[in-house]
Design a protein around this ligand. Structure first.
Ligand SMILES: [Zn+2]
Length: 213
């Protein structure tokens, strides 16, 4: 890079970007401590308070990483829901907004090594609709709340329909019982006469076909 290029907006932007990423690297999640550079991070790692935190981590690393992963996902989705509820948006845009909070849960403390991996996870678990495009991954938030609400409503509707249907059948059965009771005192001949003129609605037409022996 020439001397003049060093001060171009693009070069400056690149340096800021690189610095930002460096900063993400020198964050200690266990202590929630941001270090300025590699050297600062090394110093922090030797501090007594950090060592104590690492002992806690060492007792149950899986559970702690799992905890951070859950928290990362939850906050990421919370941000999606708040800011991009019904839009299809580039995953990197959401990520950059998400990490703007200095004390966000850092991805390197989660089980996802890259944003792509995390995005795929969101797609697999049905939390977002995800698509890979030449411009990178795009995600759309799936609104579970309203979806659940909708399903619940549908279920209630079905239940109500079932109840109505059951009541209808019960009424029908009662009607038939009553009718049978009315017929009881009659003699056999009269009963047969009556049935001829008024076939029971439930009687099946006998077409003589038997499909399965
Ligand atoms: Zn630390």
């Amino acid at each position: 890079m020439g001397k003049n290029e060093f001060l171009t907006p693009k070069a400056i932007a690149n340096r800021i970007k690189a610095k930002g990423l460096q900063k993400l690297r020198w964050y200690c999640q266990m202590c929630q401590k941001q270090c300025r550079d590699e050297n600062g991070f090394k110093c922090h790692c030797m501090s007594e308070s950090h060592q104590r935190q690492m002992q806690i981590f060492g007792q149950n690393p899986d559970r702690i990483v799992e905890g951070y992963s859950e928290e990362f996902e939850e906050l990421f989705l919370e941000h999606m829901k708040r800011s991009h509820r019904s839009s299809r948006i580039q995953a990197t845009v959401v990520y950059n907004e998400y990490i703007a909070d200095r004390h966000h849960v850092h991805m390197n403390s989660t089980r996802w090594a890259t944003l792509t991996e995390f995005v795929k996870h969101l797609g697999r678990t049905g939390k977002c609709k995800v698509e890979e495009t030449p411009k990178g991954w795009f995600i759309t938030y799936i609104d579970r709340d309203s979806e659940t609400l909708f399903k619940e409503k549908q279920k209630n509707k079905r239940l109500r329909a079932d109840i109505v249907e059951e009541e209808k059948q019960e009424r029908e059965i009662r009607r038939q019982i009553e009718k049978a009771e009315q017929l009881m005192p009659l003699t056999k001949g009269e009963e047969a006469e009556k049935e001829k003129g008024e076939p029971l609605p439930l009687s099946k037409p006998d077409n003589g076909k038997i499909a399965f022996a």
